[in-house]
Design a protein. Structure first.
Length: 320
């Protein structure tokens, strides 16, 4: 009857910075750190449990060995991945395959993801989508290097939300901090990288041009989101995305000023990250302290719980 608290797995990146330490007080490695995989069961990059009977185990191991805590899922692979991304420089322009292509070509899951923007410098923008009308036109513009003509730049500010289905050309750019919720996959096709050179190898980073062209949605179509806002007790609950728009996960952003009594309802378990403020999670007669950067899972055997405090939370759940 305990929540599962997790410590992140960190990834150095050429475009990373130090905000994961200055904002979330994470003990990150030296140098440029771009990603904190805060709730991850992905292969060797899994988060580690820091409390209770599973302390020291990876989330991957706990998920595979204790299926009742997760509603007895069919798959042995933890389906979702939550991470913070600190874009201290432009990320490469990327696209991800869908499940069918990824399983056939990469022996992995596809990758649909989403971004909730925690910080964005004035004037910030995202790469989101493209202007090509046909796949032949897409290939031609890539061959000619017509990136300014091809790539859509979308202004972004703190609090914005973007849903990024597989097949969407996309990239964060300098000065943006997000929390990303996605399918548990690391299949990424790099389309353009600003001709940067990897300092370790002295060579330009690898591109995946043909695979990118093969999996990109053409023409690009923005997904039609149905963001709703509900007021429940002392909580404002914003549903950012849910099935059928998102076939893989539900995602909520919650502003709490007081108490919010809740339950799992139809969800087998919940993934919770505190993105601002402090508070507590109360389960039966036990209370757990929460603060910015805390990550946890509320497993299937906990049916009732109470969040209290002044906090912003991001909560997700897999689609059954």
């Amino acid at each position: 009857m305990e929540p599962i608290f997790l410590t992140p797995y960190f990834r150095p990146k050429i475009w990373g910075g130090r905000k994961l330490k200055t904002i979330f007080n994470y003990n990150i490695p030296d140098g440029k750190v771009g990603e904190a995989w805060v709730i991850s069961g992905y292969k060797e990059d899994a988060s580690t449990v820091i409390n209770g009977q599973f302390k020291g185990q990876s989330l991957r191991q706990v998920y595979q060995e204790n299926p009742t805590l997760f509603g007895n899922p069919e798959s042995k692979e933890f389906p979702l991945l939550v991470k913070f991304l600190d874009a201290n420089d432009n990320l490469s322009v990327q696209v991800h395959p869908n499940d069918e292509y990824a399983r056939k070509v990469e022996n992995d899951s596809g990758k649909t993801e989403s971004w909730y923007v925690l910080q964005a410098d004035p004037g910030s923008y995202l790469i989101y989508g493209h202007t090509a009308k046909t796949r032949a036109e897409l290939a031609e513009m890539i061959e000619k290097g017509e990136w300014d003509k091809l790539l859509r730049k979308v202004p972004v500010k703190t609090g914005d939300f973007f849903y990024v289905p597989s097949g969407t050309i996309h990239a964060l750019t300098k000065g943006i901090l997000v929390i990303e919720t996605q399918q548990s996959s690391d299949v990424t096709y790099r389309l353009y990288d600003y001709d940067r050179v990897d300092q370790k190898t002295g060579k330009k980073r690898e591109l995946h041009t043909q695979k990118s062209i093969a999996v990109t949605q053409v023409p690009h179509v923005d997904p039609k989101l149905d963001i709703t806002i509900d007021h429940v007790q002392d909580a404002t609950i914003k549903t950012l995305v849910a099935p059928p728009v998102s076939p893989h996960f539900y995602l909520w952003q919650i502003d709490l000023a007081g108490k919010w009594h809740s339950g799992l309802n139809s969800h087998p378990y919940l993934l919770v990250t505190i993105i601002k403020g402090t508070g507590t999670l109360q389960i039966e007669n036990k209370s757990y302290d929460l603060s910015i950067g805390t990550n946890l899972i509320i497993p299937n055997n906990i049916k009732k719980f109470t969040f209290a405090g002044n906090m912003k939370l991001v909560i997700s759940a897999p689609n059954n």
